[in-house]
Design a protein around this ligand. Structure first.
Ligand code: GRF
Length: 221
């Protein structure tokens, strides 16, 4: 089996990066991380990559006069490492159209909501404000618009009555750490692909019941 060469873009903590690093340790996993790039010097995720012997690079957006120049440097580094698939994992920069084009259908992002709901920042606070009962996370292919693009996989997570943005974020993050390796596996193995801006090809869920939140029969005993 040839493993797809994966680059990961981060800006911070890197817990999703860590989940991908762990997944790649499995002998049958169809991807390996060959480069981690952070736009933020000192990002915690860099240390995680280094601890696993993965090459890292800091490309600080502040060192570039324009978004185009920054993305060109990023693209050059990824090409140089012969990256085939790109994963954004808490990367807090919007890409230029040109960059998005050059990684079209080879570029994934994870977002902590059930897209297309709650795109953008402060997701969990907005979910709680709206009184939503089920939230979750999404892995999707990257397009120019923020948090848009063909959806590869999603996980649903219940919102609890006493949740704060932090407690909900922590519950969703646990799901993210399982979802991202799963989605990357589907893409890297070729099990799924994009057709007409939809991801197709995966085995559909069989006999999975609906998820109710609050649960059915609650309060009727
Ligand atoms: C995650 O919640 C991810 O969904 C969002 O940013 C956060 C990054 O966390 N895009 P980490 O850096 O992977 O720990």
């Amino acid at each position: 089996m040839t493993r797809k060469r994966v680059g990961v873009l981060i800006s911070g903590r890197g817990s999703n990066l860590e989940a991908l690093i762990e997944a790649c340790k499995a002998p049958g996993y169809p991807a390996k991380i060959v480069l981690v790039v952070s736009n933020v010097p000192g990002a915690q995720g860099l240390a995680r990559a280094e601890a696993s012997g993965i090459p890292t690079l800091i490309i600080n957006h502040k060192d570039f006069a324009s978004r185009e120049d920054f993305d060109a440097a990023l693209d050059g580094a990824l090409q140089g490492a012969q990256v085939e698939l790109l994963c954004n994992a808490g990367f807090l920069r919007l890409h230029t159209e040109g960059f998005v084009r050059s990684w079209w259908n080879r570029h994934l992002n994870i977002h902590p909501s059930l897209l297309p709901a709650f795109k953008g920042l402060h997701t969990h606070a907005r979910v709680l404000d709206e009184g939503v009962k089920i939230s979750g996370c999404t892995v999707h292919f990257v397009r120019s618009e923020m948090d848009c693009g063909p959806i590869v996989a999603q996980a649903a997570v219940p919102v609890l009555v006493r949740d704060t943005p932090d407690s909900l974020a922590a519950r969703v993050l646990e799901a993210e750490h399982r979802l991202y390796p799963h989605a990357l596996r589907l893409v890297a193995s070729g099990a799924v692909h994009v057709e007409g801006e939809r991801v197709v090809g995966m085995t559909q869920i069989r006999d999975q019941p609906a998820i109710f939140s609050p649960p059915l029969d609650e309060g009727f005993d």
